[in-house]
Design a protein around this ligand. Structure first.
Ligand code: MN
Ligand code: MN
Length: 460
């Protein structure tokens, strides 16, 4: 059961669409390097495409109309888009959901220290990373500092050509013999992932003069003090834009394809839907997936369910039973990336059941590890429906598992939404070097995923 390479089927016109979608995606990815930035960009796009803030409708108690478009921006870290359908909510919705947090290094609450003339900021990594991949490359600092008066300072340093960048040093090979003996997991200690942020001493200062200089510059430029870092969320990410990869420009090298590639494909799918769908369509971009979907903005929180309850109330569909029916009758694509088959590491995969770059959107019936542990194992009946929708919509798709049996594994948000009793299946883009500072995807898979999400949103 070989699946065809999507590229082979493209006409000149389709190729043009593939490439222009990739351009828009690269812009989104380069602008959205944190969950907050991804939400900001999504809000801009949503408003441009006729979506209104849901809180306004709730405040006014405005009755819903079929065809209405809303977005819910939750704490600036996750966003849900809705297109109200012709049928009542109780009949269920068609949901596409992805996550917009990506592995990175978070600045600690009390981060600044000086050591032998170099000033550092201490970090605590977020999500699953190989720490040795994060040394000796240019890093940028993105995030917010919230002051006691409630005002927010937005930080974005390292992306403009004129900006400084930061880095974590590594030992030179000449002196790296002890390091070379360590196992890959221990090459760089997690506590050693501290970024260098300065070294020029402030004139007239005796003790920690370089720190004094860095803090003075920060106060002058951004207007916050060291103490304000107690209430900050600063994320260290690879500096630089997403780029075309390969002479043929068929791929994209970028930070955070996991899972912003699916998130962006979902947004494009939403904006391409014209008129009024049968069922209400819902696009979730959630936070905290990389650390277990925890916290108020993770998929395990109730923000999504609460939003549905609010909308159903505005639609005259009150009551817990109706809400439960709505969720239970819904169908969902959990849109998350899959491990792309990598010829350089072929031994980690089982080739018949691996996702290949360029073979289209990848369905993972299950994820998990060690005997599907922790996975949402989608129903055969639902997979059959998805196959039908994909084939009728002429979407190139493939199916895969995450690597060989007992090789490892992973999870997504699928099992959380399945708790409501809805049908959920994972589907997304194959990625090389997943969770590395720079990940690789095929533009064809981005395009096929966009098509898949649109077909599902309208026809599930
Ligand atoms: Mn993911
Ligand atoms: Mn991930």
């Amino acid at each position: 059961m070989e699946r065809e390479i999507a590229w082979k089927s493209y006409t000149k016109k389709t190729l043009g669409e593939v490439m222009s979608l990739a351009e828009r995606y690269k812009d989104y990815l380069s602008a959205g390097k944190t969950e907050r930035e991804c939400v900001c960009e999504a809000v801009k796009l949503a408003e441009k495409n006729g979506y209104c803030c849901i809180y306004k409708a709730i405040e006014e108690g405005r009755p819903l109309n079929a065809g209405d478009r809303f977005y819910l921006n939750y704490m600036g870290k996750c966003i849900v888009l809705f297109i109200i359908g012709k049928q009542p909510f109780e009949k269920g919705m068609n949901i596409i959901g992805a996550h917009i947090d990506s592995p990175r290094l978070d600045i600690k609450q009390n981060p600044v220290y000086e050591s032998d003339g170099l000033v550092y900021m201490d970090t605590h990594y977020y999500g699953g990373i190989k720490s040795f991949q994060w040394v000796a490359l240019p890093l940028a600092l993105h995030g917010v500092v919230v002051k006691k008066d409630g005002s927010t300072v937005t930080v974005n340093v390292g992306e403009n050509d004129s900006d400084p960048v930061f880095c974590i040093s590594d030992i030179l090979p000449h002196l790296g013999q002890d390091q070379a003996k360590r196992s890959a997991a221990d090459v760089i200690d997690g506590e050693a992932l501290d970024i260098i942020v300065g070294h020029q001493p402030l004139k007239g200062e005796e003790k920690e003069a370089a720190i004094a200089n860095v803090l003075k510059l920060i106060t002058e430029k951004y207007g916050f003090e060291e103490e304000d870092l107690l209430s900050a969320e600063l994320e260290v990410v690879p500096a630089g834009k997403a780029r075309d990869l390969g002479f043929d420009r068929s791929m994209i090298l970028g930070y955070g394809h996991d899972d912003r590639v699916c998130a962006y494909a979902q947004l494009e799918a939403m904006f391409s839907i014209k008129g009024t769908p049968e069922k209400t369509v819902c696009c979730i971009l959630t936070d905290k997936e990389e650390i277990g979907s925890v916290g108020a903005t993770g998929m395990r929180a109730r923000y999504f369910e609460n939003a549905i309850a609010e909308l159903m109330h505005l639609n005259g569909e009150d009551g817990d039973l109706k809400l439960r029916r709505c969720l239970g009758n819904s169908s969902m694509l959990s849109c998350d990336v899959s491990a792309g088959f990598d010829p350089a590491y072929a031994g980690a995969f089982e080739k018949k059941n691996a996702a290949f770059l360029g073979k289209g959107v990848c369905f993972n019936k299950f994820t998990g590890s060690r005997g599907k542990g922790g996975s949402n194992d989608a129903n055969a009946e639902f997979m059959a429906r998805c196959r039908k929708i994909m084939d009728e919509g002429k979407v190139k798709f493939q199916t895969a598992e995450l690597g060989k049996v007992n090789q490892g594994g992973g999870g997504t948000i699928a099992y959380i939404c399945a708790l409501y009793g809805m049908n959920v299946i994972d589907s997304g883009v194959a990625v090389l070097s997943m969770h590395a500072p720079w990940e690789v995807i095929s533009k064809a898979d981005l395009y096929e995923s966009y098509k898949a999400y649109k077909e599902f949103a309208l026809k599930a």
